[in-house]
Design a binder for this molecule. Sequence first.
Ligand SMILES: [Zn+2]
Length: 341
Amino acid sequence: MANKPDYPFDRLEYGETIEVVPGIHWIRMPLPFALNHINLWLIADGDGWTIIDTGYNTDETRQVWEKIFDDLLDDKPVKRIIVTHFHPDHVSLAGWLLEKWDAPVWMTYSEWMQAQLNRYGGPTADIDARMEFYIEHGMEQSGIDGYRETRPDFSKIILPLPTGFRRMIDGEKFPIGDHNWRVITGAGHSPEHAALWCKDLNVLISGDQVLPRISTNVSLQCNEPDGNPLRLYLDSLEKFRDLPKDAFILPSHDRPFYGLHDRIDALGEHHADRLDAAVEACAEPKTSRELIPFLFKRELDRHQLGFAIGEAMAHANYLVADGRLSKAHDEDGLIRYSQVQ
Ligand SMILES: [Zn+2]
């Protein structure tokens, strides 16, 4: 991808914080994955603080939070916990923070519901259906075994969530401290991801929807086999084009950056290239599993294979909806995609 983000800050150490905009503190928390960190934000909110995203439920994350509460809060309470989306690195400590601060959790409706479902075992309970879905799309047994072994059990990782929440709606504006913020929802990575835009500060908290270097994971899910998450994702990206070119972007991974519009262009080109590669590969019918080497040039470990097949299926379904590929359930039980002549 050709864009070169402009990073005004050096990388932080885990648990280190820095005020990147007056009143907005950047926190870098560890993650126990190949993607080894997540950025969280602490915003001065009048007589208290608002937290954006909670981190992954590990002892280390909780210890870092405790240290931040001791060192940074100036004896003011956390008044609100905003969660951009349901993924465990963002939501899993929401219940813990709420219990600690008695502060409401703000989320969009779909993200809230999905978090509740995961918390009560959804993806763990439907793991057999999920595996069958991957097998239909050509995943080999070692990939299936790898997925089963490496998939975290969200019902254990996400701590109990409160039974009520404050719903955020697309376009809604609300103040945090002295400034108004607007909710910009997006889909494709998760069902109703909330990004937050502050015109006064010229700052976008982009969550996982826009990341400076890695491309956001967009995967087809087994509960929506004919879905088109890549279309949803690309349409969602376009919503950020209305923001100024010099907006300062605070993403959930990597570092705060400038260069939003170049990044949107680069992501569009990246997916267009992958879509073309998938069409070319389907001159002979291919399963989504067989498409992976055409879409990902690097070696993938077993954990990454699960993400990769999700992405391959998302690209293939996009092309079916676009009329460039057709999808057939073959007699051997596999789903294959072919060029439309
Ligand atoms: Zn995410």
